[in-house]
Design a protein around this ligand. Structure first.
Ligand code: UD1
Length: 379
């Protein structure tokens, strides 16, 4: 029987925790010796969009992702440069390997670059985390999501809004599969490791959380929040105010670090550290009193854990975290950010629930569709 080759694309930090459980679910089924799944050959392609050790390598190691079969090493650049460089490098690999399916995750530049390149060579594409919409076309990620979904053959959806959005865009139902959230698969399996004391937290995080019973965690890296000095300073005013009530740990993204240096900004009142790996981050935010963020993934992870999250954005593509979970959409107005923080710190924060199918089995469902769906011809 023919071997079906599947390429999994990993480009930037938030991609790694999404491919890890799918690759593992595939390996698990192969070890169980199930007939069809043994005809899959999995290859991992790292585009190199993120390349620093603590933005990439540490995630591969901690999450047990196999070494990439290919590393395109594209690095940073403008949107056009980065997207174009990924496309040119990936096309060569595709022409050599001729995979039967390319699996892309999330909404980063590597996601659209690889899906577009594959599709134009007549190779099928599966998009994991399809259908999310912020309805804000100023976000590069929104453009990436819409275009990737438009050309993908298989759309794996994390939350119910994704199904509605895709149907509203005229996508036929047979392409849509509501499977749950692979990011939560990764979260659940690594929580077990932390509880089983298989992981020793690094001093940068351990010292902070060890000294503080009540603390907050913050991340901030969106261009709309960190590239404009006025916006950044408005947000920082709120952060300092909250930081005067509760100590805040802030692992700083390289983009944010660079902007702060451009602005000549010397922050105080908050504990700044370099970017940290997956396990350190999970150790930090799982027991936090509150999280301040503009990340997509953290909105979901905090909802799963029931940790209050203040999202410093005007919109979110993950509405279930607001409607069902513990997430608040605060925008960038310092008064609004502080008043939500006060509500949480005074114990009046909302009590959330876990959205449907965020149960640790999303990757299994995806593999089931790949193996027993009608994507491959098994003759
Ligand atoms: C990208 C994604 C964003 C995601 C974020 C997570 C796009 C359009 N954006 O944004 O959706 O939320 O990743 O981190 O794909 N840099 C380093 N080392 C690295 C990577 C980046 O120093 O390993 C610096 C470089 O100065 C680079 C800047 O960070 O220019 C921005 O990196 P880039 O990949 O362009 O976008 P992110 O802001 O990380």
């Amino acid at each position: 029987m023919k071997k079906f080759v599947i390429h999994f694309i990993a480009g930037a930090r938030p991609n790694f925790m999404k491919i890890a459980p799918i690759v593992k679910a595939m390996e698990r089924r192969q070890q169980e010796g199930e007939g069809r799944v043994n005809n899959f050959q999995v290859k991992i392609v790292h585009t190199g969009q993120h390349y620093d050790k603590n933005m990439s390598e540490v995630f591969f190691r901690e999450l047990g992702i196999p070494e990439p079969d290919y590393n395109l090493e594209v690095g940073s650049g403008s949107h056009a440069e980065q997207t174009g460089n990924v496309m040119m490098a990936f096309e060569k690999i595709l022409l050599k390997d001729r995979p039967d399916l390319v699996v892309v995750v999330g909404d980063v530049n590597s996601t659209i670059a690889c899906s577009l390149t594959a599709k134009k060579l007549g190779i099928r594409v599966a998009h994991v985390e399809a259908g999310l919409r912020s309805f804000d076309m100023e976000m590069p990620e929104e453009i990436n999501r819409i275009l990737t979904d438009r050309i993908s053959d298989l759309l794996f959806v994390t939350e119910e809004s994704g199904i509605t959005n895709l149907k509203n865009e005229g996508v036929s139902e047979d392409r849509i599969h509501f499977v749950g959230n692979v990011m939560i698969d990764t979260l659940m399996s690594n929580l077990e490791k932390l509880d089983g004391e298989e992981y020793e937290v690094s001093p940068a995080v351990g010292n902070f959380i060890g000294e503080n019973i009540d603390y907050g965690v913050m991340t901030l890296h969106r261009p709309s929040n960190v590239d404009d000095k006025d916006v950044f300073l408005r947000i920082w005013a709120a952060v300092q105010e909250i930081g005067s009530k509760i100590p805040i740990l802030f692992p700083v993204h390289p983009r944010t670090r660079a902007r702060m240096s451009d602005f000549g900004f010397k922050p105080d009142g908050v504990q700044l550290i370099d970017p940290i790996g997956y396990m350190d981050m999970l150790s930090a935010f799982r027991k936090a009193k509150l999280v301040l963020t503009d990340s997509g993934g953290l909105q979901e992870e905090t909802t799963y854990l029931g940790v209050p999250c203040i999202t410093i954005r005007e919109n979110t593509e993950r509405p279930s975290t607001i409607e069902i979970g513990t997430n608040y959409l605060a925008g960038t107005d310092p008064d609004k950010i502080c008043s939500i923080a006060n509500e949480i710190l005074e114990g009046r924060g909302k009590k959330g629930q876990i959205p449907p199918l965020w149960d640790g089995k999303a990757a299994e469902r995806i593999v089931e569709v790949l193996v027993n769906g009608n994507i491959f011809s098994w003759k």
